[in-house]
Design a protein around this ligand. Structure first.
Ligand code: S3P
Ligand code: PEP
Length: 427
């Protein structure tokens, strides 16, 4: 792809669907790989991150057949079906792959070497390595095991009670996956509820998961039983066309079959509070996940404050929320979002720089940013910095920028949203 040119547009309309949910696609491959029996996955996201997950599990001997771009058949042989990999497990750009897979590897009685790309090498792994060591896994790596490359020798785990300092589904899921292979009970508490796809999908795979207000716990030595998974559209991907329709004059879009898990729908709540005309039509449940259509129209928006428990419910949508905020009246304040600094890029610094480059008034803070809205954006060239969400946020800004935007290194978008450019060209 290289360069993506997004022109200023006067109207967007149509009925579309977005690619499968990335979080659910990763989990379908991982859980299918360690379950007993055959798992069919439909609506799988064939983005680079989920393909990395698939390759890692293939390297551990799991048979995963890709019957079409979005359908997989996984032959699981239980936890013991995983074999010592002869090659390094390369997670590419995917934080979800490495952190969840480490939880699985921690319980396996073999050695595995794990690495990823330049961005993964900057992201903190100690948040999972420390508790996994407390459970009994041997994990070594750069900077005392804080960063990739890592090496794991698993097995002989004991359950722990972990109080996570961050609301992170990757930390929670990692420890639950290790806990399922441990002796005794593993319990994880987090400061705010993070996405709960792991809890829902484990339950669907026949695992007993105990949840209460403070946390989640599993008993060890549990088997997963294969089942079919239908993956809904990714609300984090849908957020880009939704944002686009909200800010582009005369627009109206319908997005079909989007995942509406309440731990993920913070962006819809915030856009509505800003004055966004968004209608949600629930249509059913797929593998324990609520699904429905979203209908969105161009709206007159006002700024607002976003922080606290809302942040984990829209963490990946903050770059595009910031773009929308430049078009709202008044100020938008985003706080409690320091986690953004350890994503694919430092998304606070990179988003603020991107918007300033387009003439917006944005101030970075320690844990977020302040955006003064009502700005007519000026087109420019923008770098994705190799971060898919930054590339897409820049493209959406281009729809309302004088002269449009050219996104450099736009191939990063394939990490989560293959077909992004074609989809927008059809609207
Ligand atoms: O568990 C998951 O699938 C994810 C959890 C989140 O990360 P953290 O757990 O680091 O917050 C999110 O940002 C990421 O895109 C996907
Ligand atoms: C942070 C993200 O993903 P991951 O942590 O899996 O790399 C993302 O998709 O925005």
């Amino acid at each position: 792809m290289g360069l993506l040119r997004m022109k200023e547009r006067s109207r967007l309309s149509g009925t579309i669907s977005v690619p499968g949910d990335k979080s659910i696609s990763h989990r379908a491959v991982m859980f299918g790989s360690v379950a007993r029996g055959t798992t069919r996955v439909d609506g799988f996201l064939p983005g680079a991150d989920c393909l990395s997950t698939m390759e890692c599990f293939r390297k551990m001997g799991v048979e995963i057949r890709q019957e079409g771009p979005t359908s997989l058949v996984i032959t699981g042989k239980g936890w013991e079906g995983l074999k010592e990999p002869r090659e390094v497990l390369d997670v590419g750009n995917s934080g979800t792959t490495i952190r969840l897979m480490l939880g699985i590897l921690a319980g396996r009685p073999f050695h595995a070497a794990v690495t990823g790309d330049e961005s993964i090498a900057r992201r903190p792994m100690d948040r999972v390595v420390r508790p996994l060591r407390l459970m009994g896994a041997r994990v070594e790596g750069r900077a005392e095991g804080s960063f990739t490359p890592l090496s794991v020798r698993g097995g002989g785990l004991k359950g722990i009670h972990h109080q996570s300092p961050v609301a992170s589904a990757q930390v929670k899921s990692c420890l639950l996956l290790a806990g399922l292979q441990a002796e005794g009970i593993t319990r994880v508490e987090e400061p705010a509820l993070s996405r709960d796809h792991t809890e829902r999908m484990l339950t669907a795979f026949g695992v007993k998961v105990k949840r209460d207000e403070k946390g989640v716990a599993v008993e060890g030595r549990q088997t997963l039983f294969a089942r079919d998974v239908r993956v809904p559209g990714d609300i984090s991907s849908a957020a880009f066309p939704i944002a686009a329709a909200l800010i582009t004059p005369d627009s109206r879009l319908r997005i079909r079959n989007v995942g509406l898990n309440p731990t993920r729908t913070g962006i819809l709540d915030v856009f509505r509070q800003m004055g966004g005309e968004i209608e949600i039509r629930h249509s059913g449940e797929w593998c324990g996940e609520p699904v429905g259509d979203i209908i969105v129209s161009h709206s007159s928006l006002k700024g607002m404050e976003v922080g606290g428990e809302m942040i984990p419910r829209l963490i990946d949508e903050i770059p595009v929320l910031a773009v929308v905020a430049t078009q709202a009246q008044g100020e938008t304040v985003i706080r409690d979002a320091a986690e953004l600094k350890v994503k694919e890029t430092d998304r606070i610094a990179v988003t603020a720089a991107l918007l300033r480059n387009l003439g917006a008034r944005v101030e970075e803070t320690d844990d977020g940013m302040i955006i003064r809205g009502g700005t007519r954006l000026k087109g420019n060239r923008c770098d994705s910095h190799g971060d898919h969400r930054i590339g897409m946020a820049a493209a959406v800004a281009g729809l309302v920028a004088e002269g449009g935007v050219t996104v450099e290194r736009a191939e990063a978008i394939n990490v989560s949203f293959p077909g992004f450019e074609e989809l927008f060209s059809r609207l």
